[in-house]
Design a protein around this ligand. Structure first.
Ligand code: SER
Length: 314
């Protein structure tokens, strides 16, 4: 990667990945794009342009002008929000992604796509979910993710394009709040622990999901994109996860640092249903073997860092 365009630079991953890439590759070599202006480091720390990813001409012009060799395509609508307006979610998550993929192909750029644990469904083996397995997701978000996983594989096979991607688990960070996701409870819990000392979970006790701390997710993107292509058997949609827990376990981890922390439940049927359709824990062997995936943060280490960073921000 030398000249990188990031879409969705104002989203949960983008607000951190854009500055992270600028540190590694030079601020002038990483162009952040979003549909709206994003005040702060994304628009002020390097080049920034407004872009609607469904506008193929604007996308293509921008890649040409910037002389991009890589597109990191993060723009998308998360799982629970997508259920409120499935067609609009499809339009952004699939039509927008097709436009991005095609613009990248036109300019000979490599392409990163973030798939998700949402690409699996209730018929997928839930424990130690294999890299290659049944994928019959039941959310529009998941259907879009599977579509793009397959399309990225197809573009590699058909056009020899350098497409690569990860299946992200729930991502937890102190920089930006996610919006409209199902795994978001595991972010909100830390914010509420610091501001109120208590949290009401919309995900039920005993519901396991895969998770990862944002620094490990950022490092994984760079490691995969810089990996020796001859070692990549899968290329797209690598299972990655750093931990699997249920609400009681994250609460117990918080109590180690904040003994008075309390949690109760007000389960949201929509997000609970989605969570139950996703795996409990992924098998990440392919990512480890093919490009050396090695996350650093477990639950307690993440909790310590999250709580101290959020207390600093307060
Ligand atoms: N974190 C996402 C969500 O909950 C899943 O990819 O929507």
């Amino acid at each position: 990667m030398k000249r990188i365009v990031v879409t969705g630079a104002g989203g949960q991953i983008g607000v951190e990945l854009t500055p992270f890439l600028r540190e590694i590759y030079g601020a002038e070599n990483v162009l952040g794009t979003a549909r709206r202006n994003i005040p702060g480091p994304v628009s002020e720390g390097g080049p920034f342009e407004l872009l609607d990813v469904r506008d193929g001409k604007a996308f293509s012009d921008l890649l040409r002008t910037f002389r991009a060799d890589t597109v990191i395509h993060l723009a998308g609508v998360l799982s629970a929000k997508g259920e409120g307006d499935p067609l609009s979610s499809w339009d952004i998550n699939v039509c927008g992604s097709c436009t991005a993929l095609e613009a990248a192909r036109e300019h000979g750029a490599a392409f990163f796509f973030p798939s998700s644990i949402a690409a699996f469904g209730p018929s997928t083996p839930a424990k130690n979910t294999p890299q290659d397995t049944l994928q019959r997701p039941t959310t529009i978000y998941g259907v879009a993710k599977v579509t793009m996983e397959l399309l990225c594989d197809y573009y590699h096979k058909k056009f020899g394009m350098d497409t690569r991607g990860l299946r992200f688990p729930g991502l937890i960070s102190y920089e930006a709040l996610p919006g409209g996701g199902t795994t978001d409870y595991a972010v909100h819990i830390y914010y509420d622990a610091v501001s109120k000392g208590s949290y009401t979970s919309f995900i039920a006790k005993g519901t396991y999901m895969d998770m990862m701390y944002m620094p490990d997710a950022l490092a994984a993107v760079v490691k995969l994109m810089e990996a020796d292509p001859s070692k990549l058997v899968h290329r797209n949609a690598f299972n990655i996860s750093a931990m699997s827990f249920e609400p009681e376990q994250i609460a117990a981890s918080i109590r180690k640092m904040m003994p008075g922390f309390t949690m109760d439940y007000d389960v949201d049927p929509l997000r609970q249903g989605i969570a139950e359709s996703w795996p409990d824990s992924l098998d990440c062997t392919a990512a480890r073997e093919e490009w050396g995936f090695a996350p650093e943060y477990d639950l307690d280490r993440m909790t310590e860092d999250m709580l101290s960073r959020l207390k600093e921000k307060k």
